[in-house]
Design a protein around this ligand. Structure first.
Ligand SMILES: [Zn+2]
Length: 52
């Protein structure tokens, strides 16, 4: 299980889905997150976002 922080409220958010999209800079991983306050977001994933 992977966790990050919610871009809205800053609470801990769980990564519940992920996929890769091609871009001009190469493949970019996106993740779907759900935080403790039930905000859902699709966002770019950067390893630095992980708070495992
Ligand atoms: Zn949130």
């Amino acid at each position: 299980m992977t966790f990050t922080s919610c871009p809205d409220c800053g609470e801990i958010a769980e990564v519940i889905d992920r996929f890769v999209l091609p871009s001009t800079d190469g493949p970019v991983e996106h993740v779907r997150t759900q935080c403790l306050r039930r905000h859902f977001y699709w966002c770019h994933w950067q390893m630095s976002d992980s708070i495992d």
